[in-house]
Design a protein around this ligand. Structure first.
Ligand code: ZN
Ligand code: ZN
Length: 97
């Protein structure tokens, strides 16, 4: 079994993706990388531009210290590692006998 842990929210048992701490578009192709779970990765790119990431948020510590990320990390830690945002439809499907 491969241990998978997100470097940002520190949850274990998550699927991780590689985040370039300095975005590739900003010359970070050979720079440091971090393994992040999918929600964390999405969150970072939703909140910050590549310029901000390259300039101010190019370490995990800086990201964890960022005000908006702090709130997010608090929230994500309570979520199940296997839960991915998905459409729920079970409640809408009526069962017939
Ligand atoms: Zn995470
Ligand atoms: Zn990324």
């Amino acid at each position: 079994m491969i241990a998978t842990q997100c470097e940002l929210c520190n949850r274990e048992g998550v699927k991780t993706t590689v985040h370039h701490l300095v975005p590739r578009e900003m010359g970070g192709n050979y720079g440091a990388k971090a393994h992040l779970c999918i929600p964390c990765h999405k969150q970072i790119h939703a909140l910050y531009t590549n310029e901000q990431l390259a300039k101010d948020l190019f370490t995990i510590e800086a990201l964890q210290d960022e005000e908006k990320m702090k709130k997010y990390i608090k929230w994500i830690k309570k979520q199940s590692p296997t839960a991915l945002p998905k459409h729920k439809k079970s409640n809408q499907v009526k069962r017939r006998r």
